[in-house]
Every structure is written in C-alpha cells, then in structure tokens.
Design a protein around this ligand. Structure first.
Ligand SMILES: Nc1ncnc2c1ncn2[C@@H]1O[C@H](COP(=O)(O)OP(=O)(O)OP(=O)(O)O)[C@@H](O)[C@H]1O
Length: 243
C-alpha cells in the first residue's frame, strides 16, 4: 500500500509574535499540499508576514510546529538545519531591505549557491537564473541602487529559486510593482513550479491576483481570533461552457 504524500508545508497550531504576553497569531494551522499554490489574504497587521516568516523558518513561534515535506522543522533562523532552510525560498515585499546594497545583482543571485559551497556551479547557474527572471546584459554588474525596484525584485526572486526550493513563500512580492512586472514575476514563479512541482504560499492584499494565481485562498481575520478564523476558498473551475 502506498503512503499518501505528506504536504509540502504544514503549520500546526502556531502561536507567534513579538511579545509572549500578546501574540499576533494564536493557534494558526495552515497546510500547503505538494505542488499546491495557496494565497493568504487578510487585513493589514493581522499577522500574514509573521506567519510567512514562521513558514520560512525565519521566526521561531512561541508554540506549534512547522513541518516540511512531513518532517518537523528542527530549528529556526541560523539554527535551522541547512537542508530544511534551503527547502524554503522566500521573497519579501521590499527588495531594498532584503538585498545587500554592496553586492552586484549577479553576486546577489549567486549568494545562496556560494553560501552552500556550490561555487563551481555558481557562474553558470547565476546566468541561467538571471535569464529565467528576465535579467541580462550589464544589469547583472550593477548594484541595487543602480536598478529599479522591479529589476531588484527579479534578482531577489532568482536568488530565492537558486537552491531549487520545494516551497516558495512570496510575501507581497509584487506589492510595489506595476502590472506588467507583476505578471512577469508571477509567470516566472509558475514556470518554476511547473518544472519543479514546488508548492507556493503567496501572501498579499490583491485578492483578484491571488484568486487568479492560486489553487485556493485562505483568509486571516484581524485581531486575536485570527488563529481560529482562517477561512478557505477554492478557485472556481474555469468556465468551459460555450458562450
Ligand atoms: N519586528 C516586530 N516587532 C514588533 N512587532 C512587530 C514586528 N513585526 C510586526 N509586528 C507587529 O505584528 C503585527 C502583525 O504584523 P505583520 O507584519 O505580520 O502583519 P501583516 O498582516 O503582514 O500586515 P501587512 O498586510 O500590513 O503587511 C502588527 O501589529 C505589527 O505591528
């Protein structure tokens, strides 16, 4: 008998925040299946980014567990084992906060490869990754202050894909971008997911975008009851009836 495939990402009863006495999230559970795309919506300040950081093993919850591919996370931040840390790629809203201003875009994209000892691979892969997000030419030799937000976000997305994550967390990845750059970055993510079977947790405010992009959306309520109030909606099947 074959066992069912474990979900790519499972957040179980997560209580988290910045003050133990007043956590932002209380007992939030969320599952993203293997290859599934889930959109996370909710009012400003309800804790979406906090949950995204917990999912990316960048923020230790006060209680609850994170499972990746069925295995419990064995640490957070620098304590996360490399194999688990690299299983999740993350892109944030503001590329200028996420990118080291001293690095060229090429070095930025190659950073995870170098950090994991794959220097030999880095040159070829950097070019391939840059191409996949639509970056080329002299842009790769520029530093963050010499490129647009959209170009820098493309580099941050390439960096997030460098180690071929099984789960991609996009926290308002396109919030600062125009419609055509948004469409281009969503297409890059979808192309990667199609080739790799990776799962996606996309956080945002743009309901139309997330409902179109994701297999299902979950809605986080504002306030202390957020944890118990994740509501799920599945994307309506495409209308194939003759008009
Ligand atoms: N580093 C921090 N230290 C203290 N409080 C924080 C920190 N980061 C976020 N918060 C607080 O935690 C709460 C949840 O913030 P979070 O960024 O997770 O919400 P969000 O739903 O992603 O909001 P938005 O949609 O505006 O980005 C907010 O009240 C916020 O002020």
């Amino acid at each position: 008998m074959t066992r069912p495939t474990p979900p790519a990402l499972e957040l179980r009863e997560i209580t988290a925040g910045y003050d133990r006495a007043a956590p932002v999230l209380r007992g939030v559970s969320l599952t993203v299946g293997e290859g599934e795309a889930v959109g996370l919506l909710g009012p400003s300040g309800c804790g979406k980014s906090t949950l995204a950081k917990v999912a990316a093993l960048l923020h230790r919850p006060f209680a609850g567990t994170v499972h990746l591919g069925g295995a419990p996370a064995r640490g957070f931040r620098h304590r996360a084992p490399r194999a688990q840390r690299t299983a999740v790629g993350v892109v944030f809203q503001q590329p200028r906060l996420a990118a080291d201003p001293r690095l060229t875009l090429a070095s930025l994209i190659a950073e995870p490869l170098r950090a994991t000892g794959r220097r030999a691979e880095a040159a070829g892969r950097t070019e391939e990754l840059a191409r996949s997000v639509g970056l080329g030419g002299d842009l790769l030799a520029r530093r963050p202050h010499e490129v647009s937000d959209g170009q820098l976000q493309r580099a941050c997305l390439a960096r997030a894909l460098a180690l071929r994550p099984r789960v991609l967390v996009c926290d308002e990845m396109t919030a600062m971008l125009d419609a055509s750059t948004t469409a281009a970055l969503v297409a890059v993510v979808e192309d990667y997911r199609e080739r790799s079977g990776a799962a996606l947790l996309a956080v945002g405010h743009d309901r139309t975008l997330l409902e179109r992009w994701c297999d299902r959306t979950v809605e986080m309520a504002a306030g202390a009851e957020a944890g118990t109030a994740l509501r799920s909606a599945r994307r309506a099947p495409a209308d194939t009836s003759a008009g």
